[in-house]
Design a protein around this ligand. Structure first.
Ligand code: MCN
Length: 781
């Protein structure tokens, strides 16, 4: 990827924008100077331990905390009776009525790990020891573990107000004459597929330090949240403090991947108890708590049917999605499966679609956004189905895709599921990929390997996904040029590994012609940033970047007017360079920013004081990045293990601000896609016990499991935001999973194996090789 190729955007002669600058965040982190939530210690701070249900579904019949209350250092033991609160549903997702989110379970527990009581003590060890002594009797109830089984008429009921265990059942969407599409088809393929539940494994687990200041009736919270302003809103509702009396600070944060967009029970309880006791409270999640209580990702079953003509023309598709919500709804739990059904057509033109969405409660942790959030499922269902169709026709999978792409001149394009894609050139992305990897040579290599008896396969996937407007429709920014000429930016996005400090500084440096060093970025602190939505859904640059850009333009415009007045020049004849404003034809007469600022802050007649601007950017909506991926794998006949021979990708996120950061984002996303495709699944036994409580029994990919990555780009700007930008933070996860699955199925095709459900662990593949495919996937209706 060359700099020139990506320095487009709104800038003609970009210097910073499009340049692979190293992250300015990193020196602090790699020298060990980052401060994380667990590094924060306050005078008089108490520690909180959570007593959790050992049952997936049970009545609480007896509770005795007398011994715990008498333990050394114990200050409080709080039960459901004292925490008569529920977390309010989040406003942007009103949807159908949702079950309550009790802070502490009342009478009935509904998942292993649900809080039953909390203990506050002077030290963490004292809190944990005391929690262990609390005696609770349970009367177990039958548990709902499998989402499809929970739909059975005789299944146990989880919530009295939700008969049939569903939030929505077979909610239809789609358009066109679906019956005609299927009756007119020459070929129909059908497949049940699963995207299993995944644990969301950030390096840093969740944590909170809550400090209520009784003397000024205010609350300061250090939290691992992706959305500090959203958390402030929840806390304001529950503490009855105005938002201005609550300060949420996100210190350094070791990843979130979607899970930390939710405001959870534990941090809310810590805040409420700090308010009650007037003492700071810390709670840090253990890794096993994280596995069993932090929200999970995926957890969908899809029944896919594709109808096509003999020449490969796609006519229509049916998709029935069953989404496992878990025991209740976290903030976005109910919303993200809708992304799957909306994006189901992927990059293809269909005449008709009929989709049905069912959202089911089970006795497991709530699901929610996990890197991709509904899009990996959509793309996986469609791209596996396309490969099944290619095999059925038979037709070259490349030609089948090319034949059915939404053409580049058809944008903006409204799909059969009602989404309007902003811009795209799917054929170009695929062709760039095929050229990049020399596809013809890879086919020859595969065929030669097959002839030699090896199980080698090639798999493709093409994806389109949604970024920006879909999660909360606006973002906030403020920009101020101070008296010294330095730039301070406050943004409502909140990074936790994405490198916003670097990329926002690049935008500022470009717009104002200053060095990146003179730009300071404030994010993740509600006292420094008045408003915000947060970082999720790869929205930060589309929404936050656009907000910052527009605020910068306002400040630039004002500085231009002041300088023009001071220089007696036309504003249009000035340029911003090296923190100076110069007449283009007489640069020596230029003014330093500080001189212009002195005028702006000096109370000069006719100049409104200050050099500052504030924006709430809403924009026209969602952008649709896209790309194409290829995996080449070899399956070991004896063990079922899969080895990568090659992995290529092409992503299109519009103009790239920082190619180095984008590469890192794509690489990280692919690593998580490899995990989903080959290893990861949050497994529960039939009583609802989680089988994985640590990394000993939950496999995320190690470095030696990952392929060498070769990633290219095409650049198709979005017409709907000022930077022409699309998001990229989740692209790798979305595109990689179906490419890997298709490659494995291609490798196994000579043996007649058609489909194996994810994850493609050695055991599953080995079972399939041994002819036991029925046990591990395939049709079930
Ligand atoms: N970028 C760019 N050019 C573009 C688009 C983006 O240079 N055309 C840069 C951005 O400036 C930003 C980064 O790429 O520095 C990601 O930007 P964007 O696509 O806007 O995504 P967000 O910043 O909103 O990040 C969210 C996204 C999501 S939804 C998950 S989940 C995720 C992810 O990013 N979780 C992460 N990346 C992660 N990376 C780390 N290290 N840790 C996580 O938890």
């Amino acid at each position: 990827m060359t700099t020139a190729e990506h320095a487009a955007g709104p800038f003609l002669h970009a210097r910073w924008y499009g340049t692979p600058i190293k992250r300015r965040e990193d020196p602090k982190l790699i020298t060990g100077h980052g401060i994380f939530v667990d590094d924060i210690t306050l005078p008089g701070m108490l520690h909180m331990a959570v007593v959790r249900s050992p049952y997936a579904h049970a009545h609480i019949t007896a509770f005795d905390a007398a011994a715990a209350r008498a333990m050394p250092g114990v200050v409080e033991v709080i039960t459901a009776d004292e925490a008569k609160t529920t977390i309010p549903p989040f406003p942007p997702n009103p949807g159908p009525k949702q079950p309550p989110r009790y802070l502490i379970a009342r009478d009935i527990v509904r998942m292993v790990g649900e809080p039953v009581a909390v203990v506050l003590a002077e030290t963490r060890a004292q809190a944990v020891d005391a929690a262990d002594t609390i005696a609770i009797d349970y009367d177990p109830l039958p548990a709902l573990v499998d989402a499809e089984a929970a739909l059975a008429p005789d299944a146990p009921q989880l919530w009295p107000d939700f008969p049939g265990n569903t939030l929505i059942r077979d909610q239809p969407a789609g358009s066109g004459e679906i019956d005609a599409a299927f009756s007119g088809a020459d070929v129909i393929v059908r497949q049940r597929m699963t995207c299993p539940r995944l644990a969301i494994c950030a390096i840093e687990t969740r944590g909170v330090v809550a400090a209520f200041q009784p003397w000024e009736n205010s609350l300061t919270v250090w939290s691992t949240t992706q959305a500090p302003h959203r958390m402030r809103w929840v806390l304001s509702r529950l503490t009855e403090l105005p938002e201005g009396r609550i300060r949420v600070i996100v210190p350094e944060m070791g990843g979130g991947f979607g899970a930390k967009g939710n405001t959870y029970n534990e941090e809310t309880i810590a805040c409420l108890l700090s308010q009650r006791l007037g003492r700071p409270i810390k709670w840090i999640e253990t890794r096993s708590e994280s596995f069993s209580t932090t929200q999970h990702g995926r957890g969908q079953v899809g029944y896919v049917e594709l109808a096509a003509k003999r020449d490969g023309t796609l006519l229509g598709f049916r998709l029935r999605v069953i989404a496992d919500l878990g025991y209740t709804c976290n903030m976005i739990t109910a919303g993200w499966p809708h992304q799957t059904v909306r994006l189901a057509p992927n990059v293809y033109r269909f005449d008709a679609a009929h989709v049905l969405l069912t959202e089911v409660f089970t006795n497991k942790p709530p699901t929610g956004p996990y890197r991709g959030a509904g899009r990996p499922e959509a793309v996986y269902f469609m791209e596996r189905a396309i490969d099944l169709l290619a095999r059925e026709l038979p037709m070259d999978p490349v030609e089948l895709r090319r034949k059915n792409f939404i053409p580049a001149d058809a944008f903006p394009f409204t799909t059969v599921t009602g989404l309007t894609y902003d811009s795209g050139d799917y054929r170009k992305a695929l062709d760039t990929l095929l050229e990049q990897c020399d596809y013809a040579a890879l086919l020859r290599e595969r065929d030669a390997a097959r002839a030699a008896g090896r199980l080698v396969g090639l798999g493709l996937s093409c994806y389109v996904e949604s970024t920006g407007g879909q999660v909360g429709g606006w973002e906030y920014a403020s920009v101020r040029v101070d008296r010294t000429g330095a730039v301070a930016i406050a943004t409502g996005i909140s990074a936790h590994g994405q490198g916003h400090q670097t990329t926002l500084s690049q935008i500022a440096a470009e717009v104002l012609g200053v060095s990146m060093d003179s730009v300071t970025i404030h994010e993740g602190d509600t006292a420094l940033v008045a408003e915000g939505t947060g970082t999720m859904g790869s929205r930060s640059m589309v929404m936050g970047g656009s907000a910052v850009y527009l605020a910068l333009r306002q400040v630039e415009e004002k500085m231009r007017r002041i300088a023009a007045d001071m220089l007696d020049a036309s504003p249009d004849d000035l340029r911003f360079v090296n923190s100076r404003i110069e007449p283009v034809d007489a640069p020596d007469r230029g003014l330093r920013f500080a001189q212009v600022a002195a005028r702006a802050y000096g109370g000069a007649a006719g100049v409104e004081p200050g050099l500052a601007a504030e924006t709430f950017y809403q924009g026209e909506g969602t952008t649709f990045p896209f790309g194409a991926y290829l995996a080449m794998v070899e399956v070991d006949r004896d063990t079922g293990a899969i080895q990568f021979l090659r992995f290529d990708g092409v992503d299109d996120c519009g103009p790239v601000i920082n190619p180095l950061i984008v590469a890192g984002q794509v690489h990280g996303g692919i690593a998580q896609g490899v995990g989903q495709a080959l290893f990861e699944e949050a497994v529960y036994d039939e009583s609802g016990q989680p089988i994985a409580g640590s990394f000993l029994d939950y496999a995320i990919p190690h470095s030696e499991d990952l392929p060498r990555l070769s990633i290219g780009h095409t650049v198709t700007p979005s017409p709907i935001n000022p930077l022409g930008i699309k998001g990229v933070g989740e692209a790798g996860t979305i595109g990689s999973v179906p490419a890997i699955a298709n490659a494995v199925m291609d490798a196994l095709a000579p043996l007649g194996i058609r489909h194996i459900d994810l994850p493609l662990t050695p055991l599953r593949v080995w079972n399939a090789l041994a002819g036991r495919n029925e046990e591990i996937g395939g049709d079930r209706k």
